[in-house]
Design a protein around this ligand. Sequence first.
Ligand SMILES: Nc1ncnc2c1ncn2[C@@H]1O[C@H](COP(=O)(O)OP(=O)(O)OP(=O)(O)O)[C@@H](O)[C@H]1O
Length: 256
Amino acid sequence: MRSPSDRGDVASDARAALRLDDVRFAHGGAAFRFDLTVRSGEWLALIGPSGAGKSTLLDLAAGFLTPSAGQILMAGANVTRLAPAERPLSMLFQENNLFPQLDAFRNVALGIAPRLRVSKDERRQIEAALSAVGLEGYGRRRPAEMSGGERQRVALARAFLRRRPLILLDEPFAALGPALRRDMLGLLDALRRRDGAPPAAIVMVTHHPEDAASHADRVAYLQAGEIAAIGPAAAMLSGRTDPRVSDYLGLRSRKA
Ligand SMILES: Nc1ncnc2c1ncn2[C@@H]1O[C@H](COP(=O)(O)OP(=O)(O)OP(=O)(O)O)[C@@H](O)[C@H]1O
């Protein structure tokens, strides 16, 4: 049986949560070229040195940047020219995911009711989402009245209420301590499996190899604007697959 490769076979590509097909982009002096297939329900971690293009890859997938060439597909549909709001995904950043003037309830409500007019049923869903992230009773608090971890929980509640099949994470827990980061990743994993629906696929930028090791199915290593290596998380993080990855992870002894 052939192992799933990055290009994948035609049938699995058609169902892929995300596919970047020879996507090209340039900003500043930096050029980017990405080929990637993320299967439905898969958790992919993006690692690599600062400036390698991890955020650029996510921004292209989300629609905040437009490729100069190539195609972006989600569940087989070409979304290359669609605005971010029209794409079947949710994205979480390291900060500023919430509207500061709105309380937690309204920030979550925006996930399903952009004009903030909510029905009784929607109110119940929003309260259930807040409770699922451990924030029962926090509905009236504004972002400034919450900790960084609580704010990210509100953002998670909103993302999951939207029930999009793809979640893009640009280091959303990087500012949290190790224990809290572990809790948040566990919560994210539990939330994406709720309701018996297929789990949402996740593409997560991280500078913490241990986060990738504990949750990712595959790891992609980016360097100089492209995916230099990709494979199962355990193999990639063992440092035995690619010398560039082991150097990045600090796993190879260096000669003085
Ligand atoms: N808006 C922009 N205009 C010009 N150049 C940019 C812009 N955004 C990013 N770049 C450049 O593109 C390259 C890739 O940036 P990107 O943010 O994707 O890297 P990264 O791998 O996410 O880095 P980090 O780990 O530091 O967040 C960098 O050299 C950066 O300076």
